[in-house]
Ligand binder design. Structure first.
Ligand code: C2E
Ligand code: CA
Ligand code: CA
Ligand code: CA
Length: 282
């Protein structure tokens, strides 16, 4: 009816209004969050596909908002990029992760094991002046080996990237830092990126495993990606593994690592350390 339509329009405009209002608030509050140190780094375990043991983690940032609770990166990272705060937040995540890695080197003797932690990079960080030196300085400060820190970039970074930012990727790789191509299979996927840039790791987006049980095309595709990666000597990580059946498919297709809610969600550092204490390092 006409009346209902009117109410709906009202409803939607309220939803949109609230969303915009929240965004404006977050934009304003994000500046304070940076100075007040309101960010936390969560760690999601990465599992060796064949042994099912933890061999590392991905560091994922959250905003511990004083009144709004925990805010996820999908909501605030784009805002931080827009208003020029991503360099500070990005450096915070790098510093926090490397500080932990340094501590784990001492306390849990992880140095010389295969254990590593991955940090996500925003495309904007690659064009920051002196970014490679910043990474080098942080590694040195916390006595972390370059191969213990992985850096993840998405395909859109490569597409949007300038020659200078692609040089940064080569410089980071030359330091001995393993680079991962993230979210593979979303957007403009091209296996050519793997040949063009110095990637050691390919992270396959969760959209490929989500429907693996009833979509034979996904299996054909995954087999092809895996064969191609193996030929290039690239390590594969399947993301978003949520069920036992999905895990078993990854094992059958012999991927290298898996990451997903089936094993563990991203967790605070103390919970992750409890896991570390229980595991045998490889
Ligand atoms: P991403 O790099 O693809 O990270 C994986 C995301 O998938 C995480 O979301 C993780 O919680 C989620 N995930 C993991 N396993 C599963 C699963 O089994 N099922 C489902 N449905 N989801 C799963 P999160 O933590 O919300 O992060 C979202 C995105 O925000 C990340 O996607 C990454 O692009 C970005 N991000 C996170 N931390 C940082 C950071 O420190 N810097 C930058 N620049 N971006 C970050
Ligand atoms: Ca990632
Ligand atoms: Ca991803
Ligand atoms: Ca992503």
């Amino acid at each position: 009816s006409k009346e209902m339509g009117k109410n709906q329009t009202h409803f939607y405009s309220k939803v949109i209004h609230d969303a915009i209002h929240r965004k404006v608030e977050l934009e304003r509050e994000l500046h304070n969050a940076v100075t007040k140190d309101e960010f936390v780094v969560y760690y999601q375990p990465q599992i060796d596909c064949s042994t099912e043991k933890i061999i590392g983690a991905e560091a994922l940032v959250r905003w511990k908002h004083p009144t709004k609770g925990l805010i996820g990166p999908y909501e605030f990272i784009p805002i931080a990029e827009e208003i020029g705060l991503i360099d500070k937040i990005g450096e915070y995540v790098l510093e926090t992760t490397c500080e932990r890695l340094g501590y784990w080197n001492e306390k849990y003797k992880i140095l010389g094991t295969r254990f590593s932690v991955a940090v996500n990079l925003s495309p904007l960080q690659l064009s920051l002046h002196g970014f490679v030196e910043t990474v080098q300085r942080i590694l040195k400060k916390h006595k972390v080996n370059p191969e213990q820190l992985e850096l993840e970039v998405t395909e859109s970074t490569l597409i949007k990237g300038t020659d200078a930012s692609s040089q940064v990727l080569f410089d980071l790789a030359n330091l001995g830092i393993p680079l991962a191509l993230d979210d593979f299979g979303t957007g403009h996927s091209s296996l050519l990126q793997l040949q063009k840039y110095p990637f050691q790791i390919l992270k396959i987006d969760r959209s490929f495993v989500q429907s693996i049980e009833d979509n034979p095309d996904d299996i054909v595709f995954l087999e092809a990606i895996n064969a191609f990666s193996k030929t290039l000597g690239i390590l594969t990580v399947v993301e978003g593994v949520e069920t036992k059946a999905q895990k078993e498919w990854c094992q059958k297709l012999s991927f290298d690592r898996i990451q997903g809610f089936y094993f563990a969600k991203p967790m605070p550092v103390n919970e992750f350390e409890d896991l570390l204490l229980k595991m045998d390092l490889q």
